[in-house]
Design a protein around this ligand. Structure first.
Ligand SMILES: [Zn+2]
Length: 436
C-alpha cells in the first residue's frame, strides 16, 4: 500500500509522525491506533485475548511477544522496501505501465481523462500486486499479536476506502506534476514550491474531513477529563479547542492521541483506548506533549524539511530519469519523462530516495519528540513517575521495543526509543524539579 503514495508520504511523514504520541508507524501505514481490554458490545472476545491478564505491568509472556513483534517488524522494514521496488520494476519493465496508458487513451484522448484513468488503473494494479503483503502485515500479523479488532471484511472495506481517498489526492497531485513537466524545464522547482499550499491544504483537510471517514469523532464523554484537558490547553494559551474522543478501538488496540491545529481548526483527539489505559495525570502528560508540538510549530518546521527533500528529489529525478528512459524506451513503452506512463519510474525514484533520506527526516522528528516530551512535562506538571509510566504503558500496550538497536533507531524510528525518553525526563527532573 505504501509505494504508490510515496509522493504524499514524503509530505505526510511529519504530519503522521509528529502529531501522534504513539511510537512509530505500523508497516501497513494504516492510521495509527490504540487499546481497550473489554469490547463494548457483547461480541465474542477473541480466544487469544481472553486470559484477562493486565497488559501493564508486562507479564513475561507479553515481554516475549514484544521481542518477537519487534524482530518481525525490523525484518519487514527492509522487506517491504524491496517488495515495493520490485513491484514497480515489474510494472515498468514488462511494459505494463505503457499498456495502462494505452487503455486509458482508449477511453478518452483528452489529457486529463488519460491522467485520471491511467492513475486509476495504476492504483488498482498496485493494490492487487501489493495485496498479499498488505493483507499479511495489516491483517494477519495484527491479529496474531492481538492488536486488531477487525473482521476481514471490515479491514478490506477500509483498505478500499483508503485506496479511494489516496486516489483522489494522488490524481490532483499527478495532474499538477505532469502539467508542469510538460510545460517547463524547471518543473522540479515549481513543483517543490507548489507543494507548500497543497500540503497545507492536506494538513487542514485530513483531520477534519478524511479521518471521520474511518472513525467516529465525538465530544469527550468524561467531563472531569475534559475540564483537565481544557485547563491544560488554556495554560498553553490555546483557547477553547475542540476535544474529541475517537473510537479507534474499532480497528486496533494500540494507544494514541494527537493535537492538530492550523488557522482556526484546533482539535485535541484522544483514542478511546488511551482513555481507558491511562490515568488522568498520564493523559495530561500525553496531551501536554501534543500541545508542545503545536506550540513549537513542529508541523511547519517538518513541512519545510519535507519541501527541501522534495526539491532535492525532483531535481535529481530531472537529471537522472530521462537517461534511464532513453535507454529503456522500447521496453517501457514510452520515451519521455512527461509521459504519464512514466509515473511508476518517478515513484520508484521517490521510494528509493525516501528510503535513503529517512535517517535525516527521522533524526529531526526524534529531536522534536524530545522537545515535546520536555514541554509536556513542564506544562502538565505531573510527576516524573507519571511520565515514566506513560512510556512503559506505551511499550506494553503497543508492543514497542523500549531499547531497539541503535542502527534501527537511527534509520527507522521517528520517535526516540522509549527507554531514552524516560531517561531524558528523569534527567530533566534532576536539573529542574517541577514547580521551579
Ligand atoms: Zn510526539
Amino acid at each position: 500500500m505504501r509505494c504508490y503514495i510515496s509522493f504524499l508520504i514524503l509530505l505526510l511523514v511529519f504530519m503522521g509522525a509528529n502529531s501522534t504520541f504513539g511510537v512509530e508507524k505500523t508497516p501497513a501505514a494504516q492510521i495509527d491506533d490504540s487499546l481497550k481490554i473489554d469490547s463494548s458490545d457483547t461480541e465474542e472476545i477473541p480466544a487469544a485475548a481472553e486470559t484477562i491478564q493486565p497488559v501493564y505491568p508486562m507479564s513475561p509472556e507479553r515481554s516475549e511477544m514484544l521481542a518477537s513483534y519487534s524482530r518481525h517488524r525490523n525484518s519487514w522494514r527492509f522487506l517491504s522496501f524491496f517488495i515495493d521496488v520490485i513491484l514497480l520494476v515489474i510494472v515498468l519493465y514488462t511494459g505494463l505501465s505503457g499498456r495502462l496508458r494505452r487503455w486509458a487513451e482508449a477511453i478518452s484522448r483528452k489529457k486529463y481523462f488519460v491522467y485520471f484513468f491511467y492513475t486509476m488503473f495504476f492504483f488498482i494494479v498496485m493494490f492487487i500486486l501489493g495485496f498479499p503483503v498488505s493483507y499479511y502485515l495489516g491483517f494477519v500479523v495484527e491479529h496474531d499479536y492481538g492488536f486488531s479488532n477487525q473482521t476481514f471484511s471490515e479491514w478490506f472495506v477500509e483498505s478500499l476506502k483508503f485506496l479511494g481517498v489516496s486516489f483522489i489526492f494522488a490524481f490532483i497531485l499527478i495532474s499538477i506534476l505532469y502539467w508542469l513537466i510538460n510545460k517547463t524545464r524547471h518543473w522540479w522547482l515549481y513543483f517543490a514550491i507548489g507543494m507548500l499550499p497543497f500540503a497545507v491544504l492536506l494538513i487542514i483537510i485530513v483531520p477534519v474531513f478524511v479521518a471521520p471517514l474511518f472513525n467516529k469523532f465525538e465530544p469527550l464523554q468524561n467531563e472531569t477529563l475534559a475540564v483537565e484537558m481544557r485547563g491544560l490547553a488554556e495554560k498553553a494559551g490555546i483557547h477553547d479547542p475542540d476535544i474529541f474522543q475517537v473510537n479507534a478501538s474499532k480497528q486496533s488496540k494500540k494507544l494514541n492521541a494527537y493535537f492538530t491545529g492550523m488557522f482556526n481548526t484546533k482539535r485535541m483527539v484522544l483514542y478511546d483506548n488511551i482513555i481507558e489505559a491511562l490515568s488522568v495525570n498520564e493523559l495530561k502528560y500525553v496531551m501536554g506533549h501534543e500541545i508542545g508540538h503545536y506550540k513549537m510549530n513542529h508541523i511547519w518546521k517538518g513541512l519545510m524539511l519535507a519541501l527541501v527533500m522534495i526539491f532535492a528529489a525532483a531535481f535529481l529525478a530531472d537529471r537522472i530519469l530521462p537517461r534511464i528512459i532513453r535507454r529503456n524506451s522500447f521496453r517501457f513503452g514510452f520515451n519521455k519523462l512527461g509521459n504519464i506512463a512514466g509515473l511508476p519510474l518517478l515513484i520508484l525514484f521517490m521510494t528509493v530516495f525516501e528510503f535513503f533520506s529517512q535517517p535525516v527526516s527521522n533524526g529531526l522528528s526524534r529531536y522534536f519528540e524530545y522537545q515535546a516530551d520536555e514541554f509536556g512535562y513542564r506544562l502538565s506538571e505531573v510527576s516524573v513517575d507519571n511520565a515514566r509510566v506513560v512510556f512503559e504503558k506505551l511499550s506494553a500496550y503497543n508492543l514497542s521495543d523500549p531499547e531497539p538497536s541503535p542502527v534501527i533507531e537511527f534509520w527507522f524510528y521517528d520517535h526516540p526509543a522509549l527507554s531514552k525518553r524516560i531517561e531524558n525526563i528523569q534527567k530533566l527532573n534532576e536539573n529542574m524539579p517541577p514547580g521551579v
